[in-house]
Design a protein around this ligand. Structure first.
Ligand code: CU
Length: 112
């Protein structure tokens, strides 16, 4: 009986390890875009479908980041200085990101 329990514990440990590896492989990437000086930094980046992009407002102004690109429509709403918000970009394609408050702010994300 004791032997069986030990074997069972070993099987659980191996299963747990495999589960952790699978979770790590499936874990989506995360990119970071900073808003500073009424501009996105960087102004262009490439991510994989399912990845997240964190928008960090490190500016002195409110921003309102959004996209109306097919498959990746989002609107972060008013984002005060110091606030970060993440968006998951699920659909491959080109995502044009803008700010409703500052129309000159432009970011192009290529989702592969
Ligand atoms: Cu803005």
């Amino acid at each position: 009986m004791r032997h069986n329990l030990r074997a069972l514990a070993g099987a659980v440990a191996i299963g747990s390890t495999i589960g952790t590896l699978a979770a790590a492989a499936a874990f989506a990437g995360e990119s970071r875009v900073v808003q500073s000086g009424k501009a996105f930094e960087p102004a262009a980046l490439t991510v994989k479908a399912g990845d997240s992009v964190v928008f960090a407002n490190e500016d002195f102004y409110d921003h309102n980041v959004y996209s109306e690109s097919d498959g990746n429509v989002f609107n972060l709403g008013i984002q005060p200085p110091g606030q970060s918000n993440a968006v998951t970009l699920a659909a491959p394609g080109t995502v044009e990101v803008r700010c409703r408050i500052h129309p000159k702010m432009k970011l192009t994300v290529t989702v592969e």
